[in-house]
Design a protein around this ligand. Structure first.
Ligand SMILES: Nc1ncnc2c1ncn2[C@@H]1O[C@H](COP(=O)(O)OP(=O)(O)O)[C@@H](O)[C@H]1O
Ligand SMILES: O=P(O)(O)O[C@H]1O[C@H](CO)[C@@H](O[C@H]2O[C@H](CO)[C@@H](O)[C@H](O)[C@H]2O)[C@H](O)[C@H]1O
Length: 523
């Protein structure tokens, strides 16, 4: 009998010894995966009603007994999603690494102790994947390798690193593994055929010597004559923490200081508390870095995929319609999820749903505006968690774009201000998250401080961005069109966050709800 992590008894698999079999894949699709997926951080379909889970591809990874399953998930409404799941059967004698009990790695267990596990957590597959991505294990169809250049390291170091894998924990839409903290493999969970923006942009920026973890190789998976990316190998960047953790700590420090001194907010006290902290200069560093990233992304005018393109009147119309369509979709999801929201969030959701017409109308300004700038390739999902704080500076990571968008949309040329808006939202998100860790009775004291922290930080960031990017073709020509593009991208991002949090982290949805309710009053 196979049991799922919550130990609910399931149908027996028969008396044959536990092993990989058609009966097992059938059981996976019918019983196990529908329940297991909803517990996985990387599963983006949590807000949608599942209709069917189907295993459409089963690839044995060379030299292992690991099955990389291509899983198609159909929902009662909307397009299907595809995920990659490397799984293996492990006998009772094989060691249980420390997180064995975690539902994120254990899919089930037979009565004799044999386990069905997520292979990304098992040493056998971790090592094999690394050897494959450094080109030491030949891969056979449907797998293949894109190798930028041979990995420069003594063979002994590589052999040892293969055995020193560590699954990174934390906020992730994919699964990343560090190898001896020198190399990093990102295994993409959501799978789609086509050029992967993360591989393409990391490769481009590596070649332009920009501050990204240098690209080394990509693992491709083919089916039906098409190819998609399953994993990417880069260097590991030693860092103190990621930009999100670093920033949250900075806001908490400000709020703690206020809590201890019980100082109500005033402009004078703000200058003393926030103005004297070291964070605004780090925000300015991020502003400069963002501008330099855009300059590097706009640098290759000979390559059609990177060459800047004009933002035409027609682009303004398309952008306006696209933002309206995305907003409508998110508001529909919000409407559908309304009764599952906590009461306080319901009030905000109601405010937003009631303001739907006003909100959609705001995007129409893009249709009349005279916006003169170029569209370039952008990061696409830019926020503090996409930066690593090395102590002195930051490095930018995670160029996959918004995981909720199809690949071809993530690769479109866009206004550079889309990324700037993403980072602005992230500073505000951090202020809001820190505030809402505090008990409600402290909010009257702390809220003006959290807002002042966000305003000061955003100002430092924007000032540095616009100074560094001054004169670049991707900046709109007038202050009015710059403001319009920025404001509407901020609104677009906050709405995206509502959809993202409903799908991935429902407990956090009040944060973007609060932001959109506030923006509704200013647009
Ligand atoms: N090259 C790298 N070097 C060191 N740590 C990294 C590197 N890339 C990612 N990480 C770590 O992994 C985490 C998740 O990476 P990310 O690319 O944002 O994945 P996801 O798409 O799953 O969110 C980061 O926050 C960081 O802690
Ligand atoms: O890092 P990912 O590519 O997986 O990006 C997704 O997840 C992010 C959260 O991990 C999400 O970012 C949102 O939450 C952040 C705090 O955790 C905040 O800094 C961002 O501003 C906010 O958008 C991102 O939107 C999503 O695409």
């Amino acid at each position: 009998m196979l049991q799922t992590p919550d130990q609910e008894p399931l149908d027996t698999l028969g008396t044959s010894p536990p092993c990989w079999s058609p009966a097992l894949t059938q059981k996976l699709a019918q019983d196990i995966l529908p329940r297991y997926l909803s517990q996985c951080r990387w599963f983006g379909g949590k807000a949608r009603a599942l209709q069917k889970v189907e295993i459409i591809q089963d690839t044995l990874f060379p030299g292992t007994s690991v099955h990389i399953l291509g899983v198609e998930i159909t929902f009662q409404e909307g397009p299907p999603e595809h995920y990659l799941m490397p799984l293996c059967v492990r006998s009772p004698g094989e060691p249980r690494e420390e997180t064995t009990s975690s539902p994120h790695r254990l899919l089930g267990q037979w009565s004799d102790g044999t386990r069905l596990e997520d292979a990304l957590h098992t040493p056998e597959f971790q090592a094999a994947l690394f050897r494959g991505l450094i080109g030491h294990t030949p891969l056979a169809a449907p797998l293949s390798l894109t190798l930028e250049s041979p990995v420069q390291a003594p063979t002994a170091d590589l052999t040892l690193a293969a055995l020193q894998a560590r699954v990174l924990s934390g906020e992730q839409s994919n699964t990343s593994l560090s190898y001896a903290d020198r190399w990093l493999i990102k295994f993409f969970r959501k799978f789609e055929f086509g050029i992967h923006p993360e591989v393409e942009l990391t490769q481009h920026l590596t070649r332009h010597h920009f501050q990204v973890p240098p690209f080394l190789s990509a693992l491709n998976l083919q089916a039906q004559g098409q190819s998609g990316v399953a994993a990417m190998l880069t260097h590991y960047t030693p860092h103190e923490n990621d930009g999100w953790t670093f920033t949250l700590k900075a806001v908490r420090q400000v709020l703690d200081q206020v809590r201890q001194t019980r100082q109500t907010h005033s402009a004078e006290r703000e200058a003393a508390v926030i103005g004297r902290s070291s964070y605004p200069s780090r925000a300015a560093q991020l502003g400069q870095l963002t501008a330099r990233m855009h300059i590097a992304l706009a640098a290759d005018s000979l390559h059609a995929d990177f060459k800047p393109q004009p933002f035409t009147h027609h682009d303004g119309q398309i952008l306006s319609q696209d933002m309206q369509a995305k907003a409508t979709r998110v508001l529909q999801e919000l409407h559908q999820q309304y009764h599952q929201l906590p009461e306080s969030a319901q009030a905000l959701a109601r405010e937003i749903l009631d303001g739907q017409d006003h909100l959609l109308h705001a995007y129409e300004k893009l249709q009349q505006a005279d916006i003169q700038c170029s569209r370039i390739r952008v990061h696409g999902d830019f926020h503090l968690g996409q930066t690593l704080n090395t102590g002195q500076d930051f490095v930018i990571i995670d160029f996959e774009g918004e995981p909720r968008l199809p690949l071809h949309e993530r690769r479109l040329h866009r206004p550079a201000l889309r990324d700037v808006a993403g980072m602005v939202r992230s500073f505000e998100y951090a202020a809001s998250a820190a505030l809402h860790e505090a008990p409600a009775e402290e909010h009257p004291l702390l809220a003006p401080w959290a807002q002042a922290w966000a305003d000061t930080t955003v100002q430092a960031y924007l000032h540095a961005y616009f100074s560094t990017a001054h004169g670049q073709s991707f900046l709109p020509q007038t202050p009015a069109s710059t403001q319009l593009l920025l404001d509407l991208h901020i609104l677009d991002k906050a709405l995206y966050e509502i959809g993202y949090e409903l799908s991935y982290r429902p407990h956090l949805v009040p944060i973007p709800l609060r932001a959109v309710a506030r923006l509704l009053k200013t647009i």
